[in-house]
Design a protein around this ligand. Sequence first.
Ligand SMILES: [Zn+2]
Length: 296
Amino acid sequence: MTLSFLLLTLHLCPSCESQWGFWAHRQIHRQAVYLMPAPVAEFFRAHVQELIDHSIDADNRRRIDPTEAPQHYIDLDRYGSYPFDDLPRNYDDALKKFGYERLKENGLVPWRIAAFADSLIIVFREQNREKIIYFASNLGHYVADANVPLHATENYDGQLTGQKGIHARWESLYPQKFMLPRENAYLQNGSIFIIDDPTQEAFKWSLESFLLSQQVLEIDKQIQSELSQEDLYEPPSENSSKSRKEFSQMYYEKLKEKLNQMVENRFELSVVRVASIWYSAWLKANEPNLSNLLNK
Ligand SMILES: [Zn+2]
């Protein structure tokens, strides 16, 4: 992933800004592969490039498939207040209580994670190379999205509070400014864990994300109120045709200070959680031997 491609996707595809930037999705998958334990690590390492390349397919599908977008988030605050006990975690119970239209409108990511985790178990059992890559890479995408704070609130882009653009500032522009130039610094050794119940686990991630989303919005509001208009925005360049003002380096430096590694921490947790859900699916499939699937 080159910086120019990242910038291209940010500017030409505004709808693509509503998820971890493409760089982050790719990097999360790359690192998750290297956390996989033996013996299944062999399969994942042999297919690392495909798992990286397909990490963003789910976002690309949003442009052509209208049922795709709600699979990437859940607006928890449309179900009352934290911890949203009115919302049954079990999909069938939630469906009975709220109906499909309401669930779809408010987002489905925890249940999408659970459905894809189940499918991954099945295709591991079938030892189907193509389908393992398909379900693993899409599942990884949804797990990473569920770990983004602004994927858990109705005010996902600060649009309800005059903070529009905060979504991309947190998940695309911040990583681009502070993480991408040091991408190798984020290779780390997290410990993966076994996920027994993907629905419960995914709700745990979304609930954490919701609480963090409130901090992100608060911090952004604070910075915007502290800085003068001249300090908040980049000066307009002569040949700039953009109607939207760019936030200044000073804004981002303050954001970095106040977020106190939140973006980096969510990124690292995403890596560990993606690897954990892949590994748990393989265990539940009774640890199939995949050594005959190493080559195309
Ligand atoms: Zn997404």
